[in-house]
Ligand binder design. Sequence first.
Ligand SMILES: [Zn+2]
Ligand SMILES: [Zn+2]
Length: 414
Amino acid sequence: MEAVTDSGQRLIFDAGTGARPLGIHLMSNAPKPITAVILVSHTHWDHIQGFPFFIPLFVPGNRFTVCGPKGSNASLPNVLAGQMEYTYFPVELAQLGAAITYRDLGEGTEEIEGVRVWTQSLNHPAPALGYRIEADGASLLYLCDHEPYWESLWDSKAESGKLESILHDGDRRHATFMRNADVVVHDAQYTPEEYPGKKNWGHSTWTYVTSMAAAAGVKNLFLTHHDPAHDDEFLDEIETRARELAASLGSPMRVSCAREGFQTRFRGDPNHIALQEVAAVAGGSRSDLLVLIVDDDEDLRFLARKALARSGYRVIESENGRDGLDQIRSKSPDLLILDLNMPGMDGFEVLRALGSGGAGPLPVLVLTSQGDENSARQSFELGATDFLAKPFTSPQLDARVRSCFSRGGARQAT
Ligand SMILES: [Zn+2]
Ligand SMILES: [Zn+2]
């Protein structure tokens, strides 16, 4: 997807298969030399496979700044070079004619080639960033790929449809990132009927996206990252239903399914921009961050410790709730990973003890058994930050830990 500001600054979001037709279009229509900022959400293949086929990269004199989330296993140029090794592609990354610079981005706000860019982590099995751009009085967000943090959206004690009534802190933060935006382009791969079989794959339903965007006061919503199994007719149906949902929520928001070749022009109101400054990210490396795992399952502790240590965290362990509480007091960890089902003092009791003991803003990632969402809900009410269903993979654990650190005022690694 491409956006161009009034001053001619060109922003390209991801480089999937659309990068090829976009490159051909720019070669015959854009002023030369071609310059652009390419904002990569994450390096899953569907988001970068068009990069080697983007013809302006081959032309000397063209200039590109390629940005992506930091914290992946390999650096951005290494990942892009990987898919251009001679087994896969005839030209290597280093042989491209254009001048390319790379920037790793964390959460926060940055000036990139004269454009203000806000970034925020998405809920995806790999480190992924959402982008918010403000230019010429208009705001645009690109949010791919992202999954709801929690399936039921609204706090049962509050009025549905409002930003502040969103139950899960992560979803509330996600919606707040979109607040009052002129344009939001959002992953909406699944229908709510399909979603239960695709949980933890890192994608949203059109109902989640429409509800979040309506609560956030978004003006124009584009659903994208369509499932390859959905044909045009099916997408028309989703579009109709999403519009009905927005209307039923009392929102004047315009909803469309994104489609190839679509172009439009947005005029923002220079006075409306009401984005909360994204909190400045505290410095420090991940090796400053101490994670405590409390679980009676030795194998799980072993695997979690290995995964977290690989990502650079310091890790300590407890095999029961009582010892865990002692370690919280004596070692002051930055994050607690807590099993609920343990003999003796279980996870709920630990949460209760933490709540009454005034332990401060210690983020808690609760481990539940697959499908046991009542326990997750109950632990939220006791102050847990997030939950992760067992069994989980290392990247899922890493993504959840990262997202716990990025919320609730917790310290965060850069
Ligand atoms: Zn992905
Ligand atoms: Zn994707």
